[in-house]
Design a protein around this ligand. Structure first.
Ligand code: PLP
Length: 393
């Protein structure tokens, strides 16, 4: 049996996975065109062009771009009329931006548990957490899988809650054929460097509601009144405008987007087939109601008891040494971060979140852009470690 790479043996993979971001001549030509047009801020026509393309793709009436996917959430909460005294339900297993946005607007995040099989909000737990102060829920379509919107949307409607989708991981994902980010009252996207559609930084908001669109536009533009005079500021607001530089990159990135989406899904299916043979590494469920899954992350749960009680960190170190970059993800639930602890937040019992933090292993989306034969190497590395487990003790 070959020696494990962590102990000096040859690695299964040379560690050269597809780089991210990727770009071609289109991005260069677009940047030059912005440069030459001379409108270097947020009013270059390509900003609106990208917004139109993205709105059509999302099957929504309106898309407005913003500087990033954190302040887009803040803008959305403002547009929904949420502020001090209000509660907003969020998952504790997400990037901190989701909860920070609630705190920044002066409202109180309410942390509700996730499902262990998907790492998405547990809608039954959401139902149990609703109080008279609850005004909204932020379903994060974690890693790209939409939250169970069949259950969440009617629940929200019954309680008069706004649904703000955090679709930062879910570019291209669908739920019953409808794009994630176009399912609730407002959808929020991030185009930060790691995201499946990126301009380095950036964000977008989507909605079918004309009044919400006007309030969002106002917040992004210093509280200006849509259609009003330049110095007419009917609301509080900020400057959250995306630049033409970013919009032209995003527009060009759309050219490769569908091919990349399909490839990630094909390779995720391949990885699911491989992992079906591995007792103790459980990939998160791919719900059949999500025909398209962005796979911003490919996540497995590591069950040490099936690996002779080998600690997860040791397994991950061995996998990395075999040339498979991976991480253990969020080390703790969000409600353990000082600004998000009670009394700054209301925290419900979240045993699944705590387990997720202890068990997760993440692979990033760029790895799923590799050739299928490279994906098979991931399986080989896992089998090699499992067979050589005694070397790790
Ligand atoms: C789930 C989630 N929401 C929001 C954000 C915030 O986006 P941004 O970094 O563009 O502010 C991120 C990631 O960055 C995220 O992963």
């Amino acid at each position: 049996m070959s020696r494990l790479a962590i102990n000096g043996g040859a690695a299964v993979h040379d560690g050269s996975w597809p780089r991210w971001p990727q770009w071609k001549e289109g991005e260069l030509a677009g940047l030059t065109a912005v440069l030459e047009r001379g409108e270097w801020g947020g009013f270059d026509p390509v900003v609106h062009e990208f917004e139109s393309v993205f709105a059509e793709r999302l099957q929504v009436k309106h898309c407005l771009t913003a500087v990033n996917g954190t302040l887009s959430l803040v803008a959305a909460l403002h547009a929904l009329g949420i502020g001090p005294g209000d509660e907003v339900i969020v998952p504790p297993y997400t990037f901190i931006a989701t909860a920070n946005a609630v705190t920044l607007i002066g409202a109180t995040p309410v942390f509700v548990d996730i499902e262990l099989e998907t790492f998405n909000l547990d809608v039954a737990a959401v139902a149990a957490a609703i109080s008279p102060r609850t005004k909204a829920v932020i379903p994060v379509h974690f890693a790209g899988l939409p939250v169970d919107m069949d259950a969440l949307l009617p629940l929200a409607e019954a309680h008069g809650l706004a649904v703000l989708e955090d679709a930062a991981h879910a570019h291209g994902s669908t739920w019953h054929g409808r794009p994630a980010g176009g399912l609730g009252h407002i959808g929020s996207f991030s185009f930060q460097a790691s995201k499946n559609l990126t301009a380095g930084e950036g964000g977008a908001l989507t909605t079918n509601d004309d009044a919400l669109k006007d309030r969002l536009w106002g917040y992004i533009n210093q509280g200006r009144t849509p259609g009003g005079a330049w110095y007419e500021h009917g609301d509080v607001g900020s400057n959250l405008r995306l630049t033409g530089w970013q919009a032209t990159i995003l527009l060009s990135q759309m050219d490769a987007f569908d091919v990349q989406l399909a490839r990630r899904m094909d390779n995720a299916r391949r990885l699911h087939t491989i992992l079906a043979e591995v007792d103790g590494l459980e990939p998160l469920r791919w719900d059949e109601r999500a025909e398209n899954h962005a796979f911003h992350l490919f996540i497995m749960r590591y069950l040490p008891e099936r690996f002779g009680d080998l600690p997860r960190d040791r397994f991950v170190a061995a996998l990395k040494a075999e040339g498979v970059p991976c991480s253990t993800g969020y080390p703790m639930p969000l409600y353990m971060q000082p600004p998000l602890q009670a009394p700054h937040a209301r925290v419900l019992d979240c045993p699944a979140t705590e387990q997720a933090c202890a068990q997760a292993i993440w692979l990033t989306q760029n790895m799923l852009l590799a050739e299928p034969a490279q994906i098979d190497r991931i399986g080989e590395a896992i089998f090699k470690i499992r067979d050589g487990i005694d070397e790790l003790r």
